[in-house]
Design a protein around this ligand. Structure first.
Ligand code: BMA
Length: 339
């Protein structure tokens, strides 16, 4: 019997492995990682930082693919088991609201979220520099690009999977047009996905440990639980050998998700295995999707590894919430560490 209730669909064949004996962390990796390796299809060198949903008894992914000319764009993929993927030969073709072709110069780090029966792709797009792109689909055939929610520069847009008090909510992270050496997570709301406002600060970089001291950014769509919105995010530390990206966890208030109820002082997953430590960009674990099976509370997290591979890792609602609560610290302007 689960301690915490989760509001989600049932995914009977969610990828899963039990926690290895003796493993100490709250999230454990799939033994068959990485699930998408280098050069998976002709013309594509690397696939990573990608989003997945479960829909009509199959898994559908929106993948960040980099061509052999190193240009990031988005591709659709399908899978029966969430592990073995068939990725489209062509990139996703967007149209605008008048039905005219729309092709972003580059597109990366997609999230894929269903709200009220419509699937939304949120990604980092080119809008005079990196900004948040937004598109919708109901059939995974026509992808309609909507107005950009924010002016540049901004990344890591993450929609909540339902409206809250009748408003869409999105996390985002204001940035620069390079490798942004700063960044906190903010939240904004909209009645219609066109007009965005009531911007609030959610979480700032920092904490008593250093793994999230440089910047933080949203990850998968938050998971609705009886304890609040279970939110995985990425935290970055700068080192003399460059940035290191880890996965962190927090629980946001259900009705007012700008309020952080619990924030874990420890990372939940950090680069440790060769496919995370070595690749195009070393030392990166970057989560973009987390699927949960309501029946068992099992969670499967999809993350990019070293900007080169797609990998998955597992936890449960009970295990990860308990870990976050047991290792909670309050950080931020309104409380906590006294900075
Ligand atoms: C960020 C984004 C991510 C990438 C990370 C590490 O700025 O570009 O796509 O995984 O850097 O290179």
């Amino acid at each position: 019997m689960s301690k915490y209730h989760v509001i989600a669909q049932n995914i009977p064949n969610l990828p899963w492995e039990d926690k290895p004996q003796g493993f100490k962390g709250p999230i454990w990796r799939y033994s068959g990682n990485p699930i998408i390796k280098r050069n998976p299809i002709e013309g594509i060198a690397r696939v990573f930082n990608s989003a997945v949903v479960y829909h009509n008894r199959e898994y559908i992914g929106v993948f960040r693919a980099e061509t052999v000319a190193t240009l990031p764009h988005l591709r659709l993929g399908r899978s029966k088991d969430g592990i073995n993927w068939v990725i489209d030969e062509e990139e996703i073709k967007f149209v605008d609201e008048e039905g005219k072709d729309y092709r972003p110069y580059y597109a990366y780090d997609p999230r894929l979220v269903k709200v009220d029966g419509v699937f939304y792709i949120i990604w980092c797009t080119d809008f005079y520099g990196p900004s948040i792109g937004l598109a919708k689909t109901t059939d995974f055939k026509t992808f309609t690009r909507l107005e950009n929610p924010f002016i540049p520069y901004n990344r890591n847009g993450v929609l909540f999977p339902r409206k809250i008090n009748n408003k869409f909510k999105i996390l985002s992270r204001a940035s620069d047009n390079g490798h942004t050496p700063f960044g906190d997570i903010f939240i904004s709301e909209s009645p219609d996905l066109v007009y965005w406002g009531r911007h609030r600060h959610v979480m700032e970089r920092g904490g008593s440990g250093w793994w999230q001291s440089l910047k933080i950014g949203g990850g998968p769509a938050p998971i609705e639980t009886s304890e609040g919105w279970l939110t995985f995010y990425h935290g970055v530390v700068n080192t003399c050998n460059g940035y290191v990206y880890s996965i962190g966890g927090a629980i946001l208030d259900l009705n007012e998700p700008s309020i952080v109820k619990y924030r874990c002082k420890n990372y939940l997953l950090t680069p440790e295995l060769s496919y995370e430590e070595t690749g195009f960009v070393p030392n990166v674990v970057f989560p973009c999707a987390a699927l949960v099976d309501a029946e068992t509370g099992r969670i499967c997290i999809y993350y990019g590894a070293a900007d080169t591979y797609v990998a998955i890792a597992f936890t449960t609602v009970d295990e990860v919430i308990t870990y976050i609560k047991n290792n909670h610290e309050s950080v931020g302007r309104d409380g906590g560490l006294g900075r």
